[in-house]
Design a protein around this ligand. Structure first.
Ligand code: DGJ
Length: 728
């Protein structure tokens, strides 16, 4: 619900459990007065206090009132160079060279339904589910208009934000920064949690107290990155899984981003999130509009668990698109870790032929099937079947796989090119590179200039022909290096600051075309594992390969960190062979299955080399996963322990919406002598119901939650357990 109170110049957004408020203050400055647990109503601008503070300037209109300063108030969308010295949301460069931006409120409008953003991903849904608020601000001197957009998805406590900047003047305006979100707090005692890592170790949470000055995470790699995720949390110092106030902020963007928090001189805090201003500028011609990507906020008064569950519901129901929203996804087998790119058609069939007997439904042919792709220094860019490896092409291979009773899927890396490729030989200028510099290589490949329509068209037509040539129901879209030497031959010198963002828009446009032409195809995102695991890609690709590290023990941490924002149903996770290729670790097959069920579930191994007992375990795993599919993929998710604490086990739980079913999964750490007797307290059950555990003895829900289930002593390292709880 959105309430416009014209008389008190107050705008209030209510979700089921939270309230967000802003106030049009003196001289039409738009201030932020509140965001937190839901309140019944009222004007919270009593929290906006005035005081004459040294070195905090006053706008000209304030005359001799020295208590009014932009530097001291919480702002709704912070300005630049006109008296607020904290993090700006916007930065302009005008034709006269000035670099100030001063925004004043003009009007606002409320409507049913959700706004959409041109060429950018955003949450969506029905007219009944959403309300939209549009607030217009203007910089009169610059003749620049700013539209702040807010979407309210009441039932999931989700508030989305986006921004449009329009040049209403006659001259060119250069935009040097345009945040999607600015969130001010009149308090300093907050922690910031960010999700950081590296290739093969993504999204590990890191929590620090906000301290004076600016603390930030960002990416300038052209993708959202393995190193930092465009999702951050601000929270009370004592917030934990089940208690305390927290604010999650996610950016639906797959390129360079920045999330920065500042603790100022008067102990106020500010979070600004959006496209990274590093390497960014955008020239706005008269009448033109720039749209900043969407950000989404959830405030939870009851800890991180509730915040995550609200993000999960919103993403599953209002970000993932039809037909994959709610549709059952296949259990797959991918041969990459078994063969890499060294395979023949017979080898693929050999791996595939065991799969249907184990309940596997889809075979994915990974990297290596095209061009002269016999090693990773050649072939990218040439999207025609390598007939030396696959005689007769897909027309011959796909029916062989389908005859086994499985669907067929294929891997692509459309944004990339090897110098050793026909594409590069014909169009060397299509790769990103700076004139006069030799481009850096990453995995011996270069990046195509996806900001250019002609480049995308060429790649798209080749890939479309492949996808149309056979019955292909799944596509894995990979991206295996960061962008460097970013310069486009298609843009003039003064527009080179636009290339990174135009590249991301190009990726989205390419994804949109795939969705339009192949509406039933399941697309799995991938960027050397989880280097582009963000809300932007999830709009187009309903699942993303979570990490190139498929080791079950490391995956406990990676999937735990990922779960703070993203649901289990989006996390690509497979059972792979041991010793693990990344860590060398040996874990039991049962444990690998339990961990892969914390995701989309599939296999990544040479099934033809599996023992009879491994196959039997796999058969039971897929049957169990399918039996509990809805509970795992659509149930409410609870983290029961933190794998970074090195405790005796890592546990998590899925609970059905009616609380009549739950699945508890647990993996132990390394075994130690004289082990203690442990109990595991579960969450989310109904205290009034009795639950059978694995079809045996039954226990009241409140006992299971408050006292806990006794755990058996599991000898050996990295053992696992699953309890299925069913209400009687
Ligand atoms: C990186 C991906 O994450 C892997 O799963 C695999 O597809 C390789 N690329 C192929 O080059």
């Amino acid at each position: 619900m959105i309430i416009l109170d014209q008389e008190n110049k107050l705008i209030t957004l209510h979700t089921k459990n939270t309230t967000y408020q802003m106030k049009v203050w003196d001289y039409n400055v738009l201030l932020h007065s509140y965001y937190g647990p839901r309140i019944s109503g009222g004007d919270l601008s009593y929290l906006l206090r005035c005081k004459d503070r040294g070195f905090s300037p006053n706008p000209n209109e304030a005359g001799s009132d020295r208590t009014f300063s932009l530097d001291t108030f919480p702002q709704e969308y912070s300005t630049c160079g006109v008296g607020d010295f904290r993090l700006p949301s916007i930065a302009l460069e005008l034709p006269n060279g000035s670099r100030t931006a001063d925004l004043r409120y003009v009007d606002s409008e409320v409507r049913r339904g959700k706004y959409a953003l041109e060429g950018l991903p955003s949450f969506h849904g029905t007219e009944e589910e959403w309300d939209t608020l549009s607030v217009t601000l203007t910089d009169a001197a610059a003749q620049v208009e700013v539209e702040l957009l807010y979407g309210v998805l009441e039932k999931y406590d989700l508030i989305t934000r986006a921004v449009r900047i329009i040049n209403r003047g006659n001259g060119m305006v250069r935009l040097c920064r345009c945040a999607s979100l600015c969130l001010d707090f009149v308090r300093s005692d907050l922690d910031m949690i960010t999700f950081n890592g590296a290739h093969v170790m993504e999204r590990c949470p890191s929590r620090t107290h906000l301290h004076p000055g600016i603390q930030s995470v960002d990416s300038t790699r052209g993708a959202s990155s393995h190193q930092h995720n465009p999702f951050v949390i601000l929270c009370d110092r004592n917030t934990d899984e089940d208690h305390g106030l927290c604010y999650g902020a996610m950016l639906l963007y797959s390129g360079n981003f920045q999330a920065a928090a500042e603790l100022d001189q008067f102990e106020n805090s500010r979070l600004v999130m959006g496209i990274s201003p590093r390497q960014f500028s955008w020239t706005l011609e008269p009448g033109k509009c720039f749209t900043a990507p969407e950000a989404a906020l959830i405030c939870s008064p009851a800890g991180f668990g509730q915040m995550s569950r609200q993000f999960h519901r919103s993403i599953r129901h209002n970000l993932i698109h039809d037909p994959w929203k709610g549709r059952r996804k296949p259990v797959l087998i991918n041969h990459w870790e078994a063969t890499e790119m060294y395979f023949t058609a017979d080898k693929l069939v050999d791996i595939a032929k065991e799969a249907p007997h184990l309940g596997i439904e889809l075979f994915v042919m990974d990297d290596g099937w095209f061009g002269a792709r016999n090693s990773d220094n050649a072939g990218l860019g040439d999207w025609t079947v390598n007939e030396e490896k696959l005689p007769g092409g897909l027309e011959a291979l796909v029916p062989r796989i389908k005859k086994l009773g499985m669907e067929f899927g294929i891997w692509i890396e459309p944004e990339m090119v090897n110098e050793d490729s026909d594409l590069y030989r014909a169009h060397p200028d299509w790769a990103l590179s700076v004139p006069g510099r030799k481009p850096s290589r990453g995995r011996e490949q270069l990046v195509l200039d996806f900001s250019r329509r002609d480049v995308r068209d060429h790649v798209y037509e080749q890939i479309k022909a492949v996808l149309s040539s056979a019955d292909i129901s799944y596509l894995k879209w990979d991206m295996n290096r960061s962008l460097t030497e970013v310069w486009s031959a298609a843009l003039p010198a003064d527009r080179q600051g636009e290339v990174y963002h135009r590249y991301v828009l190009g990726v989205y446009e390419f994804a949109e075309r795939l969705r339009r032409d192949f509406p039933d195809m399941l697309i799995e995102g991938c960027c050397g594992g989880g280097g582009r695991f963000d809300g932007g890609m999830l709009y187009y690709t309903p699942q993303i390969w979570c990490s190139d590290n498929s080791d079950a023990v490391d995956r406990l941490r990676i999937q735990y960190g990922t779960s703070f924002c993203y649901p289990v149903s989006t996390m690509g996770a497979h059972v792979s062979a041991v010793p693990n290729g990344t860590t060398g670790r040996i874990t039991p097959m049962e444990t690998r299955g339990v961990v892969a069920m914390h995701g989309t579930f599939g296999y990544e191994m040479d099934l033809s080399k599996c023992t009879r007992s491994e196959k039997e375990i796999a058969r039971r795993q897929t049957a169990f996963f399918k039996e509990h599919y809805d509970l795992i993929q659509d149930g409410d998710y609870y983290r029961l322990s933190d794998p970074f604490q090195n405790g005796p086990y890592t546990a998590w739980e899925h609970v059905s919406h009616d609380k009549k079913e739950a699945l508890v999964s647990l993996v132990t750490g390394s075994f130690r002598g004289a082990p203690p007797f442990l109990t595991l307290r579960v969450k989310g059950l109904s205290p009034e119901l009795n639950y059978q555990i694995n079809g045996e003895g039954s226990w009241p829900g409140d006992v299971l939650m408050q006292v806990g289930c006794p755990l058996p002593i599991l000898q050996g390292d990295y053992q696992s357990l699953q309890f299925y709880l069913k209400a009687e």
